[in-house]
Design a protein around this ligand. Structure first.
Ligand code: SF4
Ligand code: SF4
Length: 276
């Protein structure tokens, strides 16, 4: 019979060999945080998490290895990453992977909030790990820094707006140069100041995600398929990124008259930005 302590140690050891050291054990499962930030990016309107290979794909490769190990011991194991019914942040906070900050992010001790969350559900006998205490204290920096007061009203969040297919003129004007996602409430967080870089090479920053907004506003199908589609912002399609890049260019005062939309959709936003 497996002792729970031994089981936890085996899983921790395997994760450590894989470069993962932020995990917790809850009733019926394991919460695993994957650090992704290499702290080598410039601010070109793309959120840091989008500047690397699609995490759904990469994280699943790692989870499958851990699941295979658990299954080889005779237990059930099923992996989850994003887009699933599990309350990921809540589970991670309950078992000490981190705490949920006022900005709504799961904040880990070692990597701050620059982590992707995932879970493995299993019937292994696990020794449960304890929650961390919330360490926001009196800090309100994220609330003060959010340009659209979205901390308490997520419908206004720029990260969400960059991903919406149709946005109105107020939303266009609110975008602040964001092309996909928004990092403002993470950048100001004191828990991210000394966060450690990722040890997972597959998440290294992709140089084609570090270009000027002009490149993305002008991209064609082959650029999108060859590069952007393979990142974590590829799933929303090409046109949303072109639209947001055009908005970013217009916001910084660039003349966008030279752009000819490749579709009615893009033409609509070009006209809106020109005020035609
Ligand atoms: S991601 Fe940006 S817009 Fe959304 S809450 Fe944070 S700072 Fe505000
Ligand atoms: S910025 Fe301050 S209040 Fe916001 S999540 Fe970080 S520690 Fe908490």
């Amino acid at each position: 019979m497996w002792g729970t302590f031994l089981v936890n140690s085996r899983i921790i050891e395997l994760c450590s060999d894989l470069g993962i050291d932020t995990i917790g054990f809850f009733e019926g499962g394991i919460s695993i945080a994957f650090a992704y930030n290499f702290f080598d990016t410039t601010d070109n309107g793309f959120s840091t998490y989008t500047k690397r290979a699609d995490y759904h794909y990469i994280v699943r490769i790692y989870l499958d290895k851990i699941c295979s190990y658990i299954q080889s011991l005779g237990f059930m194991a099923e992996a989850f990453v994003d887009s699933n019914p599990l309350p990921e942040r809540y589970l991670a906070s309950k078992c000490g992977v981190g705490f949920i900050g006022k900005n709504g992010m799961l904040i880990t001790k070692k990597y701050g909030s620059y982590v992707f969350l995932s879970e493995i559900l299993t019937n292994m006998p696990l020794k449960l790990t304890m929650p961390n205490k919330n360490s926001c204290g009196n800090c309100n920096l994220c609330i003060q820094a959010c340009p659209v007061n979205a901390i308490y009203d997520k419908t206004k969040c720029l990260s969400l707006i960059t991903q919406k297919k149709h946005i109105n003129i107020e939303e266009v004007n609110s975008l602040c140069g964001n092309i996909f996602g928004c990092d403002i409430c993470q950048i100001v967080c004191p828990h991210n100041k000394n966060a450690m870089p990722s040890q997972i090479d597959e998440f290294k920053t992709l140089s084609f995600m570090e270009q000027d907004a002009f490149i993305y506003a002008s991209m064609d199908n082959s650029f999108f398929k060859e590069y952007i589609k393979k990142t974590s912002c590829g799933f929303k399609g090409k046109n949303i990124i072109i639209r947001n890049a055009l908005i970013a260019l217009s916001k910084r005062g660039d003349e966008i008259r030279q752009f000819k939309g490749n579709s009615e959709y893009i033409n609509f936003y070009i006209k809106l930005l020109r005020g035609d």
